[in-house]
Design a protein around this ligand. Structure first.
Ligand code: FAD
Length: 417
């Protein structure tokens, strides 16, 4: 195998895993990340652009299993909470509140709640210990020439003698663009590849809240500090919208309100109406989150849009590929955005390995082989990525409304017979 210079743009979960796969194969790896190191306590937390807690599934776990380095999987499992199903919350006509568990799997298999930043930090720690990996934080990709294999980065916080931001030029053999939904790599790739591209904003915004741990549980075991079951993804379905809660290791829950923009605007105009809105549509939540906390989180936390992106191909020649949200940002309702991005990494490197055949191949062969791998990657992956984007859109209806339908319950009843 010929050692190559791999440049990864974006140090999120997908870019970090891709860097790890490349480093394990002996390449020289450079990671360029727009923000400062998220392990530095002074770094602005990412959680206001990405949900704090994510659902990790077999798709993502399998991708990490294939590069077991630095006890990654052990760490991942020690820092996750299994969720065996959904817990639907509602109110009966009598006024009584109810909780209805709906298991994900008849064999008891689960998905896992994980702290996004914790996973990202662990990946960065493992990379830092590898001699062939270098980090470049505060570096923003501003330009790329995929024929000349050159890229330009603005160095944040540094100004040149002309008073303009410092810019650096780098060379690379292969660039992996994992720089998220608003990818700069994708933008520049479009000038080289005949890329089909579409994006859609759905008419739903999201905002985060927290259910705090219990303070009155005494010493009744580790789970007693959770207000509600820690082993479920909790849903308050509102038919046209919903509120969900995912458990965290500190016994709190990270909650997300998904609501059409007009409803957000009405509540923004007078946030004192929020507790009554919750009591009407999400019964029981105001006993878990103090109404004042509810209002202050709504005012302080951003109300963010949701985008769904499809494009193809994902590569140009042998010099660049885009992965993760850069290639297929999706709405979060299937819990698969990060999982699919991690899977991209596994599929890509399987194909790179498949074509990189002989020990004696020359650097020219390596370039040719990589172009074959990338062509197959785009052909294979686009169909799957587009399908999962569609499933993610459809699953919003399932979560906010269908879970309430008698047909759904009857079907589940039959499945369990
Ligand atoms: P990102 O996480 O966006 O990382 C991209 C990185 O690139 C960032 O660090 C950014 O700073 C950097 N960058 C950007 N531009 C540049 C540039 N020009 N130069 C250099 N660096 C740059 N997924 C799941 O699998 N399960 C879930 O349960 C789930 N829940 C979600 C809930 C919500 C509310 C949302 C919004 C998303 C959810 N997702 C979930 C999706 C998940 O957050 C994303 O799919 C995942 O973060 C994508 O990872 P990534 O590494 O591709 O991109």
């Amino acid at each position: 195998m010929h050692k190559q210079k791999y440049v990864v743009v974006g140090g999120g979960p997908v870019g970090s895993l891709a860097a790890l796969y490349a480093a394990k194969r002996g390449h020289d790896v450079e990671i360029y990340e727009l923000r400062s190191d998220l392990r530095d306590p002074s770094t602005t937390p990412l959680n206001f652009t990405k949900s704090i807690n994510l659902a990790l599934s077999e798709r993502g776990i399998n991708a990490m299993r294939h590069v077991d380095e630095g006890n990654l999987l052990e760490h991942v499992f020690s820092a996750t909470i299994p969720m065996r199903g959904r817990m639907i919350h509602g109110k009966r006509p009598s006024g009584d509140l109810y909780e209805e568990p709906q298991d994900y799997d008849v064999h008891g298999r689960t998905i896992f709640a994980i702290d996004r930043a914790g996973l990202n930090k662990r990946l960065l720690d493992i990379l830092e210990a590898m001699p062939n990996v270098k980090f470049f934080f505060n570096h923003k990709l501003t330009g790329a020439d995929f024929k000349q294999r050159k890229a330009w980065f603005e160095v944040r916080g540094q100004t040149s003698s002309s008073g303009r931001p410092e810019e650096v030029e780098i060379d690379f053999d292969f660039m992996i663009g994992a720089d998220g939904a608003h990818s700069a790599v994708r933008y520049h790739l479009m000038k080289f590849a005949r890329m089909d591209y579409s994006q859609e904003y759905i008419d739903t915004l999201w905002c985060e809240f927290q259910i705090p741990p219990r303070t009155d549980s005494g010493d009744k075991g580790p789970n007693s500090r959770f207000h509600i079951s820690p082993n479920h993804l909790h849903i308050w379905p509102g038919k046209q919208f919903m509120f969900i809660a995912i458990p965290s290791e500190d016994c709190s829950f990270t909650c997300t309100l998904f609501l059409p923009s007009t409803e957000f605007a009405t509540l923004e105009a007078d946030s004192s109406t929020l507790p009554a809105f919750f009591d009407l549509h999400f019964p029981g939540v105001t006993t878990l989150i103090n109404p004042n906390e509810l209002m202050s989180s709504f005012e302080a936390n951003p109300h963010l849009p949701l985008i769904s992106i499809k494009c193809r191909p994902y590569h140009f020649s042998s010099s660049v590929v885009i992965l993760g949200d850069a290639a297929h940002a999706m709405v979060p309702f299937y819990g698969q955005g990060m999982n699919a991005g991690l899977e991209d990494v596994r599929v890509l490197f399987d194909l790179l390995d498949k074509y990189e055949t002989t020990e004696s191949s020359s650097p020219g062969d390596a370039v040719y082989q990589r172009s074959m791998s990338l062509a197959e990657y785009s052909a294979l992956r686009a169909a799957d990525a587009h399908a999962i984007n569609d499933l993610a859109l459809q699953n919003y209806v399932e979560m906010r409304a269908s879970v309430l339908s008698p047909t759904y319950r009857f079907r589940k009843y039959l499945e369990e017979l």
